[in-house]
Design a protein around this ligand. Structure first.
Ligand code: F6R
Length: 352
């Protein structure tokens, strides 16, 4: 059941500290002692990594690709429906990672079969034991989020981010004690956000918005996309997410006093430049909600602040995302939407 929550989505948002603990499990200690995690050491340092995924899982893939690039591995995220081995270098030294919570998404399965056919090594990062992706790929890493009932992916997304952070360490044999320590602290930090978020008040303040925009740079850019996707699916309101620098290349034309802009501003993800973009919004009269760890004093330029605790720069987007989930949830709740089963959507998309 919903354990007293009005919706599975809110229950699952609140289960995220547990989901992260489960995903980390013994893996964190194994990373620390450079023990093989999930038998993945056979894969060590492929020539290139290609991620294939859809929707929210694609946002996790964008994040995972960045983590690997930062560790020196050429890595790219592809929308599974656009992945085409005929137009890409794919061979035995290529690792293709399918990120799919259900393990059944037709687009992702098609891409993984194509990768297998082209001789790549394949890895499924999935929540469902024995799923099609788990059975089709050479290797599997389970994200261990527990069952997710709400159609909108929440705890599975966080768990994917964490799994991909550990995968990046394992693949590159890069023992990163700061990251490992930050992973251990993450559940408590998530809990502190859940206990104190003012997402509900902010949702109420902007219920009448024409559109919601989300911006962030670097590690925060995929979370800006995810913030907008979640808002669209459960509120049916217009929402768009951009890497922050792109705002001025077109979307800024849409900014008015009826388009709140949620800006992810955290240390290590170019906060000074993002604040520059925040000022562009402010000048056009757009309300700004900063999701921030307090770096660079962004509060001076924002109408509202959603705080996130400081953490490793690569994990800041995991925390920022939870604040955005809560805002979307409360907008949808106030509007009386069918939050757990949004119109036109299904939990598992088995057609191409
Ligand atoms: C959004 C959402 C979808 C899925 C997408 C891929 O909340 O749930 O965008 O992320 O359909 O699904 P999986 O991860 O099962 O492959």
């Amino acid at each position: 059941g919903k354990s007293g929550y009005d919706h599975y989505m809110l229950k699952e948002i609140n289960e995220q500290p547990t989901a992260v603990r489960q995903c980390c499990g013994e893996r964190v200690s194994e990373l620390e002692r450079t023990i093989d995690v999930d038998s993945l050491s056979a894969l060590s340092v492929p020539e290139r990594v290609q991620f294939v995924a859809c929707g929210t899982s694609y946002h996790a893939a964008l994040y995972g690709a960045r983590l690997l690039r930062e560790r020196g591995v050429p890595a790219t995220a592809f929308l599974a429906s656009e992945y085409d081995t005929a137009t890409l270098p794919v061979d035995e030294s290529t690792l293709v990672v399918g990120v799919t919570q259900s393990g059944e998404t037709a687009d992702t399965m098609g891409a993984l079969r194509g990768a297998n056919g082209a001789g790549a090594t394949t890895l499924a990062v999935t929540n469902v034991v024995g799923s099609s992706a788990a059975r089709t790929c050479d290797h599997v890493m389970y994200v261990r989020a527990g069952p997710e009932i709400g159609v909108a992916a929440t705890k599975t997304f966080v768990s994917q981010q964490i799994a991909l952070a550990m995968l990046a360490c394992e693949l590159t044999d890069e023992y990163d004690d700061d990251l490992v320590e930050a992973l251990r602290d993450l559940p408590d930090k998530l809990q502190s956000i859940l206990d104190s978020s003012s997402g509900r008040e902010i949702a109420r303040e902007y219920l009448e918005a024409d559109a919601y925009f989300f911006i962030g740079r670097g590690y925060n850019a995929p979370v800006a996309l995810e913030g907008a996707l979640k808002m669209k699916e459960i509120t049916y309101k217009h929402a768009e997410g951009f890497p922050a620098g792109e705002l001025k290349h077109g979307p800024l034309a849409l900014v008015t006093d009826r388009t709140p802009v949620f800006a992810l501003v955290t240390a290590g993800s170019n906060p000074t430049k993002t604040i520059g973009n925040v000022k562009e919004v402010e000048t056009r009269g757009g309300p700004v909600v900063a999701v921030t760890d307090g770096c660079d004093d962004v509060a001076r330029y924002a109408d509202h602040v959603l705080e996130v605790p400081e953490t490793h720069s690569a994990l800041a987007p995991v925390l920022g995302n939870v604040q955005l989930q809560l805002v979307s949830y409360w907008v949808a709740n106030e509007l009386g939407r069918s939050i757990d089963k949004p119109r036109n959507l299904a939990k598992s998309v088995t057609v191409e």
